[in-house]
Design a protein around this ligand. Sequence first.
Ligand SMILES: [Zn+2]
Length: 217
Amino acid sequence: MNCRHCNAPLLHKFLDLGFAPPSNAYLTKDDLNRPELYFPLRVLVCDCCWLVQTEDFAQADALFTADYAYFSSTSSSWLAHAKRYSEDVITQLGLSSERYVVEIASNDGYLLKNFVAAGIPCLGIEPTTKTADAAERLGVPVLREFFGEALATKLSDKGKKADLIVGNNVYAHVPDINDFTKGLKALLKPGGTITLEFPHVMRLIEEVQFDTVYHEC
Ligand SMILES: [Zn+2]
């Protein structure tokens, strides 16, 4: 496999956790009588750009299906963090009804509901059906698509460029991070702001956070 950022061959194993089924792909009662698919769970590191990345086995569209079962709002501390973030960023950037906020992987609307409440126009981009349904019930507009440069250009051509783009815990799930990043650039208004949250590899090493490594991309 080659590095998903710089395309150099990946020669170094960073972590080997054996085999694991995709997380959040819960089994039904009927599934218990069927074989379950396990993938090798290996993490590699690129010695050109030092991106730490899982070895690829499954395709995103096979895992982020209508049955995808992770709802961000189940974590009360995460909801509190999202509310605090929203209040801070609205103040810092002086966001108003004239501005436009886009969240990539908006899940069940756990974050954007705060912008809806503040009267700030927003859009969530979220490919999984059940979470998108939940967000829409909260009044959050959702575009049910995977994000990348093609989608960003389409939105931009329609005059839907964003003053603020938010991406929380999504980068690590994106198969083509370069295309995703070009999409962020294409969607952002000149002078706009992007905020991203993602796990930091130093923290993973220091605190032995091996359980944050799983298949979902
Ligand atoms: Zn690389």
